[in-house]
Design a protein around this ligand. Structure first.
Ligand SMILES: O=C(O)c1ccccc1N[C@@H]1O[C@H](COP(=O)(O)O)[C@@H](O)[C@H]1O
Length: 215
């Protein structure tokens, strides 16, 4: 058995190569300007050339308008868009049809009602991604990528009409329990394979991906 892994927030050829060689199924490029993981569309385009066709290149945006998405796609050949903000089901459907790419909608979770709200996105998103909702008290919190987890039991026994991934504070030390508790068949992480925010660790990427093969 193996779970699918998306490594997000990649900024260097070395981190892209380590992720591909380790067997990541998806790679994430971050276009959210306040994040230490943000890269330019031109860099994403260049990094994307290192990625073989079987690996999905995902562009992470947060409440981006059409012009911003269009300017990313003009320079970076992406296979999927990750909507990590407060996009409504209507906006999710609009992005999907306007840009002709599959869309992964992020559901930020802190309580059961958040998980229930995922239903609204099933008709309009190709994938769902459950991530921890940033706590209001957290200083300088990002919409995601904060290295925090949510209560995994909220996903226990849940079924969704779309493929889904688990994210939020995952790392080599907790992913086995996260997968056991939620039944996730795919996971996404950024902080858990870094030495500090925005700096990927090649050895942590390698270790995580090797572990994922066993889960
Ligand atoms: O990583 C970021 O900087 C980021 C910024 C804005 C929105 C989402 C972001 N990251 C995504 O958040 C989840 C969880 O990340 P972590 O493993 O807890 O660091 C993941 O989907 C990242 O792609």
């Amino acid at each position: 058995m193996a779970i699918d892994v998306k490594i997000c927030g990649l900024k260097t050829p070395a981190a892209v190569n380590a992720s591909v060689e380790g067997g990541a199924r998806m790679l994430g490029f971050n276009f959210y300007a306040p994040s230490s993981r943000c890269i330019t569309p031109a860099l994403a385009g260049a990094l994307g050339q290192l990625v073989p066709p079987h690996v999905v290149k995902v562009g992470l945006v947060v409440d981006a308008d059409d012009a911003a998405i269009a300017s990313i796609l003009a320079e970076a050949k992406l296979d999927m868009l990750q909507l990590h903000g407060h996009e409504t089901p209507e906006r999710t459907a609009e992005v999907r049809s306007r840009f002709g790419l599959p869309v992964m909608k992020v559901i930020s979770v802190s309580e059961a009602a958040d998980v229930a709200a995922a239903q609204r996105f099933e008709p309009v998103a190709d994938r769902l991604l459950f991530d921890a909702k940033p706590p209001k008290a957290m200083k300088d919190a990002l919409p995601g990528g904060n290295a925090i987890s949510f209560d995994w039991s909220l996903l226990q026994g849940q079924n969704f009409g779309r493929p889904w991934m688990l994210a939020g504070g995952l790392h080599a030390g907790n992913v086995a329990e996260a997968v056991r508790a939620t039944g996730a068949k795919a996971v996404d992480l950024s902080s858990g394979v870094e030495d500090r925010p925005g700096e990927k660790s090649l050895s942590k990427i390698k270790t995580f991906l090797a572990l994922a093969q066993t889960l």
